[in-house]
Design a binder for this molecule. Structure first.
Ligand SMILES: Cc1cc2nc3c(=O)[nH]c(=O)nc-3n(C[C@H](O)[C@H](O)[C@H](O)COP(=O)(O)OP(=O)(O)OC[C@H]3O[C@@H](n4cnc5c(N)ncnc54)[C@H](O)[C@@H]3O)c2cc1C
Ligand code: SF4
Length: 426
């Protein structure tokens, strides 16, 4: 096979592949117009093969334009998205998946470097939309609505837009100048962001601002608690508050030894951040084993390589002063079973990283809106709540409903779905 210098990876030996493409087929393929597995897995619904082929041809600007037709923040996603697109890549049957997120990051960075802008329709649709919450879901909704010709204002409770991209994901994984550049580009399209504006009464705000519709994306910021008997315990913090305080430049006093309770990516971020604050020991305590932890394996790997310790198969029973009593757990069919065997370890502070809940109390009085047991807001396939004209998305709606929104119709009249931002496992 002739190799082109522009190939993204080395040409594979097609005689050696396991399954999928190549000459060793035993069945005749039937072609159907379906989503490729990478696109299907992408939470932002990107047309990956389209922008990859443009990038491969060196047409970087067009590749970026195709990419941002779906996802306004490629430099952010190219860094922090867990790239499920690559798990779905057909090329993995041949050698390795295409490094999609690395190309995405390159295009995102190139756009920032070159100052590429998003074209905005010159004709105003006549509709005004209020977006509540300036996290990735709200920003993405504002971006797509603006591209459709609507006027959008974001009301954001915090001092800066970005939501958990700013106050959750640590700066060592997502440099702030990159995040700010991609948010600025959305503002330059005409999206107005009002900071320090917490929405308490959505119907009143909608009426006062003369908005035709509202998209609510307030995320999930309430750190989950657990009942641990604690006597004279030192600092007990929740991970989201801890990361937020560090980001705001007010890191709490956590002493020399810190224990982090939980096995998700947030636990890894909290432990790695504690290490960067200079603690001598950051110890993650998690009740299942590595195979069953919700954190991505690479995040645990990076944490371990930075000196974070992980105590698998342990749950916290009690805290007295700086003594943390933990119980050893064994797994039965993946389920944790307490053994009654106890150990003691020392920690000056305990950070709880047990997941987050959403604060949707301010929507409780709105007629028609329905809630799940966990406080998430129920929405239909069009992301509208039970109240006409009020939509919701992002971490505040159940995961299976978060992502898809129909934006038009495909060749055969089937709806084409775009995704706003998926929930991740915590
Ligand atoms: C520590 C941590 C690390 C993470 N790392 C990753 C990662 O590497 N990759 C990844 O894909 N995902 C990651 N995530 C998950 C990701 O950040 C979230 O899924 C995403 O931010 C959710 O977006 P959202 O817009 O729904 O909510 P948020 O990002 O939470 O934004 C909601 C916004 O609404 C504002 N708000 C809340 N209430 C009101 C109100 N009443 N009025 C006005 N504004 C309000 C908030 O101030 C906030 O700015 C991480 C999350 C955490 C906590
Ligand atoms: S890295 Fe994430 S956002 Fe980017 S193409 Fe892959 S799944 Fe989609």
């Amino acid at each position: 096979m002739k190799r082109s210098f522009a190939d993204l990876t080395a040409a594979p030996d097609l005689h050696e592949h396991g399954e999928g493409t190549g000459p060793k087929r035993s069945r005749r393929p039937v072609y159907e117009d379906l989503l490729p597995p990478c696109n299907n897995a992408c939470p932002a619904g990107e047309n990956i093969q389209a922008w990859l082929s443009l990038a491969q041809a060196g047409r970087h600007r067009e590749a970026w334009e195709t990419l941002v037709a779906d996802n306004p923040m490629p430099a952010v996603h190219g860094r922090v998205c867990y790239h499920p697109c690559e798990d779905g890549c057909n090329r993995s049957y041949v050698d390795n998946p295409v490094s999609i997120h690395a190309v995405e990051r390159f295009l995102g960075d190139e756009a920032i470097r070159q100052g590429w802008k998003i074209p905005v329709p010159s004709v105003f649709s006549g509709k005004r939309v209020l977006v509540v919450g300036g996290g990735p879901s709200g920003l993405s909704a504002a971006y797509h609505l603006t591209r459709l010709g609507h006027r959008v204002e974001i009301y954001e409770a915090g001092p800066i837009a970005g939501g958990m991209m700013h106050f959750g994901i640590p700066a060592y994984r997502l440099p702030r100048h990159i995040l700010e550049a991609e948010i600025r580009r959305i503002e330059e399209m005409g999206v107005v962001i009002r900071l320090h504006h917490k929405v308490e009464d959505i119907l009143k705000e909608k009426q006062a601002g003369g908005f035709d519709a509202v998209f609510v994306a307030v995320g999930a910021h309430i750190g989950r608690k657990t009942d641990i008997p604690a006597r004279d315990a030192g600092q007990i913090l929740d991970a989201v508050r801890f990361l937020r305080d560090v980001e705001l430049g007010n890191p709490p006093q956590i002493g020399r030894r810190v224990a982090i309770y939980g096995g998700g990516n947030t636990a890894m971020d909290a432990a790695r951040t504690a290490k960067r604050l200079g603690v001598g020991e950051a110890l993650i305590i998690y009740r299942r084993d590595r195979e069953h932890m919700p954190a991505h394996d690479f995040e645990a790997e990076e944490a371990l390589s930075e000196g974070v310790k992980i105590h698998w198969l342990r749950s916290i029973k009690e805290i007295t002063g700086t003594s943390v009593t933990v119980e050893i757990i064994r797994l039965e069919n993946g389920r944790p079973v307490p053994t009654g065997e106890l150990e003691t370890l020392e920690a000056d502070a305990l950070i709880l990283a047990l997941g987050q809940d959403t604060d949707t109390a301010f929507l409780q009085h709105v007629p028609g809106i329905k809630f799940g047991d966990d406080g998430t807001v129920e929405v239909g396939p069009d992301m509208m709540t039970g109240h006409k004209g009020i939509f919701a998305g992002g971490d505040m709606v159940p995961s299976e409903r978060t992502v898809t929104v129909a934006v038009g119709h495909g060749k055969k009249g089937r709806p084409v779905y775009r995704r706003l931002f998926a929930r991740r496992q915590v």
